[in-house]
Write a protein that binds this ligand. Structure first.
Ligand SMILES: NC(=O)C[C@H]([NH3+])C(=O)NS(=O)(=O)OC[C@H]1O[C@@H](n2cnc3c(N)ncnc32)[C@H](O)[C@@H]1O
Ligand SMILES: [Mg+2]
Length: 430
């Protein structure tokens, strides 16, 4: 590994010190007998100046550099308030690893083109910031989960049944039969709680969703928790504590990256327990009072949720959905058989659902009945039904879409920007 310093470490207080940098040419301009390079590495940028009087050959080499050329540079730090970061490096040594004559990404590149060359776009400082924030959100999640006694488990991705409806399954050949790509690890986490009680997993989940919205991917990263002995209200408290910790910790560690995308941090700072809670009934009343055409019993889509989020300045819960619009595994509300003990967490500012969760049906016969009601075959879920035969317990869980959380935290206009290589109905390459 090259013994180098990072661009972000070149600060005015290093004035006069000799440094070695390795990175890529991010910007370049020539002024008089000087070449100004903005060098980029994983930490950020720094200005590097090549002047004739510090070496004719080096100056001539620098003049030939193209955008995204990979270089190793040595020179002396000089504090300069005119430099983008308040200091620059006056270079006297340049090793060109690979000169780039033409880099295909230009300032006016369209979103679709940037996705076509996603493998090259990943290197941009803004995309790097998104990935750092995403990684820090998960670092925070892990911190909280470990501190609070949750066990990480590693569920299968090749499965034999639907969790969230058969219409969004990806089917694939599996030797002499068929398998599906997992829509959610939930059912396997439910099996794990009988030994570990509180479990979590981060897995890719797959949905053959044809809906081309700004919040749907066909492959997304899914943070899921499942806990024995917890009811819906317990798991909602877990959700708000976890999300609050993730957001506040990421604000603490990645504030400058977040501020690259949003100046107003109010809603993020508001993400502290208790999050507001409204019932589905109240949500319908609010939407109808705002002129939205929606009747009790109908599902809320992205548009309805967007309107609903206008009422809040923090993430909030909607609980108590009608049974017929929710999944087979959700426990019927003992106080109202039309409803299930389910709650979604919605992010403000129009982002809507980031978490889907519920208390699970823990009665064997009722679960069989729900499976039949949904037109599914109980034989396909025999192993899952066994969990209700051998020491069944009340239990609850939820799934958080990581890209959706990132999209809200950074106010992205589409979840596709929150993942390394987005997968949508029309995009499978690169
Ligand atoms: N363990 C559980 O209880 C999870 C449960 N089986 C489940 O999958 N619920 S969910 O379908 O609402 O999906 C959970 C979250 O997963 C995200 N999600 C769900 N579908 C998508 C798509 N297509 N793209 C991106 N993100 C998605 C979104 O934030 C949802 O709130
Ligand atoms: Mg959902």
């Amino acid at each position: 590994m090259i013994d180098k310093v990072y661009c972000a470490d070149v600060k005015p207080e290093l004035e006069g010190q000799r440094v070695k940098l390795a990175g890529w040419v991010y910007r370049k301009r020539e002024v008089g007998k000087k070449v100004f390079i903005v060098l980029r590495d994983s930490s950020g940028i720094v200005q590097v100046v090549f002047s004739k009087d510090l070496g004719e050959d080096t100056y001539r080499e620098a003049k030939k550099l193209g955008i995204e050329s990979s270089v190793i540079i040595e020179g002396t730090v000089k504090a300069d308030p005119r430099a983008p970061t308040g200091a620059e490096v006056q270079a006297d040594k340049l090793e060109v690893i690979q000169n780039v004559d033409f880099f295909p990404i230009t300032k006016d590149a369209s979103p679709e083109f940037l996705l076509d060359v996603r493998h090259l776009h990943l290197r941009s400082p803004k995309v790097a910031s998104i990935m750092k924030v995403k990684g820090t959100l998960m670092q925070a999640a892990r911190e909280w989960l470990i501190q609070n006694g949750w066990y990480e488990v590693f569920p299968p991705i090749l499965v034999t049944g639907a969790v969230e409806g058969g219409s969004t399954l990806f089917k694939l050949k599996y030797f002499d039969r068929y398998a599906y790509l997992s829509q959610s690890a939930q059912l396997y986490l439910e099996a794990a709680i009988f030994g570990l009680e509180k479990v979590w997993s981060l897995t890719p989940s797959f949905r053959a969703e044809k809906s081309r919205t700004r919040r749907h991917l066909t492959e997304f990263w899914h943070l899921e928790l499942e806990a024995a002995w917890m009811d819906l209200w317990d798991i909602m408290k877990v959700e708000e504590e976890l999300v609050s910790y993730m957001v506040q910790r990421t604000l603490e560690l990645r504030k400058s990256d977040i501020e690259t995308f949003r100046k107003d941090l109010t809603t993020l700072k508001n993400a502290v327990p208790p999050f507001p809670r409204i019932s589905y009934d109240e949500a319908i009343d609010i939407l109808q009072s705002k002129g939205v055409q929606i009747e009790w019993g109908e599902d809320m889509g992205a548009d309805e949720e967007r309107v609903l989020t206008e009422e809040f300045e923090a993430p909030f819960f909607v609980y108590g959905y009608p049974k017929h619009i929710k999944a087979f595994y959700m426990k019927e509300d003992p106080e109202d058989p039309r409803k299930v003990l389910a709650a979604d967490m919605l992010a403000p500012e129009g982002y809507g659902e980031i978490i889907g969760g519920s208390q699970r049906e823990d009665d064997y016969n009722k679960l069989v009945q729900r499976i039949l009601e949904e037109g599914m075959n109980p034989e396909d879920y025999q192993w899952y039904l066994d969990l209700r035969k051998y020491g069944s317990v009340p239990h609850s869980g939820f799934g958080l879409g990581l890209e959706r959380l990132v999209a809200w935290v950074l106010k992205l206009d589409h979840v596709r920007w929150a993942t390394l290589f987005p997968r949508t109905p029309s995009r499978l390459y690169p």
